[in-house]
Write a protein that binds this ligand. Structure first.
Ligand code: ASP
Ligand code: MG
Length: 616
């Protein structure tokens, strides 16, 4: 029996012992009458199992695309406000039909638009961010035993103007509602069986993962695995909402996205490819505080997300900075680079728009050595040249030529035996919602009823921590020949000497050679220099420099890539403190820089001051 009779506040937010489940159905899962009815049955089944159910739906099939097309036929550059009015209708159609479908099956349901759901966003039409959700209306309907059908992708700003959250935004609606309602889990029904070790359309041997962590999913998604809207995962992580990605057509088991997956024995959980990348490099940049900032902020100012940002230790006081952007953004990015180059007095800049980025991601790699070597070796064996290297704690990204991209992905997938399953986890053991950080859990009033009317800045940046690591040393090899297989040989030799490498940065090659820096425990410095000198001699490199102790400063958080200004703010803060950044690497969940060891503590203070308001 579903509790229509109960009406007191104690039955809100699952306090009745009745847990809330949010189910989201994407466009392909509600594309026609039959599919809508199938989805309706899933919602009813969850209710019969004793849950309160909120169903979030996207526009049917390709309706959003069709609406965009219609707009373009009328106006070359449709005004954003009217675009939102138009696009929101797609979801309004599907919520109404879904509510009717449930009612036709004999159960109670009520559809709600973004405004009726209480979803308030900022003013950025067509790419709005959620600011708060007042869930009273939803909880009231739930406590009356109704299934609530929520329109995905939409909200209203403070002036009641309709806004939309950007393409694919229904995922974000679903996770945000799950967060606010304290739902036990958020089920995402889609047209794939779950999250795979890599895109199964690119590699048929890709395998579905049983579980994956938020961090791995965030890194994989930004490295090219397009399963869910990235912002929805940020939300899920921020509010500890377990996500269950499942195929709406089959009863396949799907993938759980959780904080702490039952760890498999593989160091890497997946590989991803961003095919259409472009590399931009500035060389001969005076190696002084703030140089990286000028370039990064000029590109960020044009709202272009940067993927790999690689700065190598300067030679003769000059540094090289390379970064990659989506190929479509190249023309705009180049304009920004031109401005930055003249401001910086850089010697030269160039670009290559025929490159792809292959990445591997895995939480365990933070504690295991040899992962990078394995990836280098896989490409070496296939004769694929590595154009750029950037590693972070749980991701290694390599830039390769576009023509070798698929082969590179395949070799890497095979090298890590990603097609082979680790021990599977029992079918439906969905972990209970872990407790999120106290400050993020909805406050409760004296009756124990959650008050969620305002969760300010739901989509704001969160910095989880700032760390200073002074335990490492650095070695740089200058002018390493740019030949396939060299990275593999070099790092095998270094590993054979017992050195566990942490960060590796290889910039793009100029005139056939590139500089290669790596960090490792400082006790091993003498050995590392010895090995590096041996390698340099054999390969005819320009030379080797080393630094017996470096300071690595890292900012960990959520949404570091989508909040493009984070890397910029970090450089600005260090630049203002007069601290020169020697190496950089960025990822979705962490931005790290290497600075002079004597500057570590000062850098830490500067960063803490800059990010204080965002720290959890
Ligand atoms: N209907 C919107 C889109 O197609 C939102 C969504 O599907 O998540 O982008
Ligand atoms: Mg869609």
């Amino acid at each position: 029996m579903v509790g229509g009779a109960h009406s007191t506040g104690f039955f809100l937010y699952g306090f009745s012992g009745m847990s809330i489940v949010v189910q989201k159905f994407g466009g392909t899962s509600v594309a026609d009458r039959g599919l809508i009815l199938a989805a309706a049955r899933k919602a009813i089944r969850a209710q019969l199992q004793g849950h309160q159910v909120v169903v979030v739906v996207s526009a049917m099939g390709k309706n959003t695309d069709r609406l965009i097309q219609l707009a373009r036929e009328i106006h070359d550059n449709p005004p954003a406000r009217e675009m939102d009015m138009l696009l929101a209708t797609g979801e309004q159609v599907s919520v109404a039909l879904m509510a009717m479908a449930i009612q036709s099956l004999g159960y109670e349901a009520v559809s709600m638009t973004g405004a009726q759901l209480g979803i308030v966003t900022d003013d950025s039409h067509t790419k709005a961010r959620i600011q708060s959700i007042s869930a009273d209306r939803i909880t009231e309907a739930l406590s009356q035993g109704k299934i609530v059908i929520a329109a995905g992708f939409q909200g209203v700003n403070e002036r009641h103007e309709i806004t939309t959250l950007g393409r694919g935004g229904s995922d974000t609606t679903a996770v945000a509602l799950a967060a606010v309602l304290g739902a036990e889990r958020c089920e995402i029904y889609t047209d794939v069986d779950g999250v795979y070790t890599t895109d199964p359309r690119l590699l048929p041997e890709a395998r579905r993962l049983t579980q994956i962590s938020y961090d791995e999913m965030l890194e994989l998604a930004s490295a090219g695995a397009g399963v869910m809207h990235n912002r929805s995962i940020e939300f899920a992580k921020k509010f500890s909402v377990p996500i269950y990605v499942r195929n709406s057509m089959t009863d396949a088991r799907g993938t759980m996205i959780v904080a702490d997956p039952e760890s498999p024995h593989q160091p890497v959980c997946g590989a991803a490819l961003v095919k259409d990348q472009a590399r931009i490099s500035l060389s001969g940049v005076p190696d002084r505080p703030g140089a990286a900032l000028t370039l990064v902020s000029s590109i960020a100012a044009k709202k272009i997300a940067m993927d790999m940002i690689v700065q190598n230790v300067g030679e003769d006081g000059l540094a090289d900075i390379s970064l990659t952007v989506c190929r479509d953004d190249l023309p705009t990015a180049l304009k920004a680079v031109e401005e930055a180059a003249s401001e910086l007095d850089a010697e030269a800049y160039d670009h290559d728009d025929d490159v792809s980025c292959v990445s591997v991601v895995g939480l365990p790699m933070a504690e295991q050595s040899g992962v990078a070597n394995k990836m280098f070796r896989a490409l070496a064996d296939a004769g694929i040249n590595i154009l750029m290297i950037s590693t972070s704690h749980i991701k290694i990204s390599l830039l390769v030529s576009r023509e070798s991209a698929i082969e590179a992905l395949q070799c890497v997938h095979e090298a890590f035996q990603l097609e082979r399953a680790p021990e599977p986890r029992p079918a439906e053991s969905v972990p209970a919602r872990p407790h999120g950080p106290a400050s993020l859990r909805p406050a409760r009033n004296s009756n124990g009823v959650a008050i969620v009317t305002k969760m300010q800045g739901m989509e704001g940046l969160i910095v989880e921590g700032i760390t200073l690591d002074e335990s490492q040393a650095r070695v740089t090899l200058y002018s390493v020949p740019d030949t396939a297989g060299l990275a593999a040989d070099i790092f095998d030799e270094i590993a054979a000497a017992g050195i566990v490498v942490d960060m590796i940065v290889q910039g793009h090659s100029v005139e056939g050679t590139a500089d290669l820096s790596f960090t490792f425990p400082k006790e091993d410095c003498a050995t590392a220099v010895e090995v590096a000198e041996r390698i340099a001699k054999r390969l005819g490199c320009h030379g080797v420099t080393s630094c017996p102790q470096i300071a690595q400063l890292s900012v960990y958080g959520i949404g570091l890539r989508s909040h493009t200004q984070v890397a910029g703010q970090m450089f600005e803060s260090l630049g203002a403190a007069g601290i020169n950044v020697e190496m950089i690497n960025t990822s979705e969940i962490c931005v790290s820089v290497v600075v002079d060891a004597r500057q570590g503590a000062k850098g830490l203070t500067a960063l803490e001051n800059t990010f204080r308001e965002f720290i959890l």
